[in-house]
Design a protein around this ligand. Structure first.
Ligand code: ADP
Ligand code: MG
Length: 306
């Protein structure tokens, strides 16, 4: 569904590449977490899927199509196959919940009858069936994100990209958002979610692709935010085989709250350890816990009132 072949991109000539020789393959129907600290290249990768930039080096394929071959005039149509959700919701403040979702169908010229049928269906899917008449300002942060998700999926895209969708939400509300994304994925939509929320990643146990300085340093199924496996240095790189210690240092309380909210088991059980490890390179830094603390502060400022 999404395939990167040796993709590199730099925003300008002098700076280091935002993505550095990235190759990955996401199958139809997969749920993938894209993790890595701030600046590691997650948003850039999602932007390339949306063809916000033509890739200067390497190839990006979306649904079998090389995005470089999509002419500019066909880009809007190409993007209709991809729903997008952002950290800051991006709703139209003057429109009601219903109208925000309906708008995504109106711009595609969908009939009123289709809108009247589809909008209530997706509002129900996200648990907002009785809030259609409200304005975004009359909703909690979590509810606003649900509206944004409803809007992203109302045209039934094959792919949903979510860029830090829980970044402004408290852990309980975030868990509710994850349940919705999981449900959407189970209905067949391929989901790629960029995040640096380790609690969420650990509670979901999905495939994790980790970026560091624009490089893929891990691609692991049913994984946690930080690998518990020994790190395998790539050929030619300095040998540094040492397990990461982040999970030991992690505060347990927030994590447990998320787990109880999602009913998921987060126990680190040896048998459910990641069965395989691919493309693991380099060494994780000891200071990898810093971004999580930073986002905690952000969350406290934006405590969801729900
Ligand atoms: P993430 O989403 O993981 O935080 P980004 O993809 O936003 O990472 O950024 C990757 C790198 O590219 C960072 O070094 C960032 O500073 C740089 N970058 C991102 N967007 C731009 C931009 N519009 N112009 C210049 N540099 C950018
Ligand atoms: Mg980003």
């Amino acid at each position: 569904m999404i395939r990167f072949e040796n993709v590199s991109i730099a925003y300008d000539r002098k700076s280091k590449p935002a993505l550095d020789n990235v190759s990955l393959d996401v199958q139809r129907g997969e749920f993938v977490f894209l993790v890595g600290s701030s600046g590691s290249g997650k948003s850039t990768l999602l932007r390339l899927v949306l063809r916000e930039y033509k890739t200067p080096h390497g190839q990006v394929y979306v649904a079998g199509q090389n995005v470089a071959n999509v002419p500019s005039w066909r880009v809007p149509k190409f993007r209709r196959g991809i729903g997008v959700v952002f950290q800051d919701f991006r709703l139209i403040q003057t429109k009601t919940v219903f109208a925000n979702v309906a708008y995504a169908m109106q711009v595609l010229g969908k009939s009123r009858a289709a809108i009247r049928a589809e909008v209530p269906r997706v509002l129900e899917l996200v648990g907002l069936e009785d809030k259609g008449h409200r304005k975004p300002t009359e909703l909690s942060g979590g509810e606003q994100q649900r509206v944004a998700i409803a809007r992203a999926i109302v045209n039934q895209p094959g792919i949903l990209l979510a860029d830090e969708p829980t970044g402004n939400l408290d852990p309980t509300t975030s868990a509710g958002i994850m349940e919705i994304l999981d449900k959407i994925n189970q209905n067949g939509t391929t989901v790629v979610m960029a995040t640096h929320d380790d609690d969420i990643v650990n509670s979901m146990r999905k495939r994790v692709i980790e970026l560091r300085h624009g490089k893929v340093v891990r691609d692991e199924v049913k994984a946690q935010y930080t690998s518990m496996m020994p790190i395998i240095p790539a050929a030619g790189e300095a040998a540094a085989v040492e397990p990461s210690e982040k999970n030991d240092a992690e505060p347990q309380t927030r994590r447990q709250r998320i787990v109880s909210a999602t009913q998921a088991s987060d126990a680190v059980d040896e048998e459910s350890m990641p069965p395989r490890l691919e493309r693991r390179r380099g060494q994780l830094p000891a200071d990898d816990a810093a971004p999580a603390q930073k986002i905690d502060g952000l969350k406290n400022m934006n405590e969801d009132q729900k």
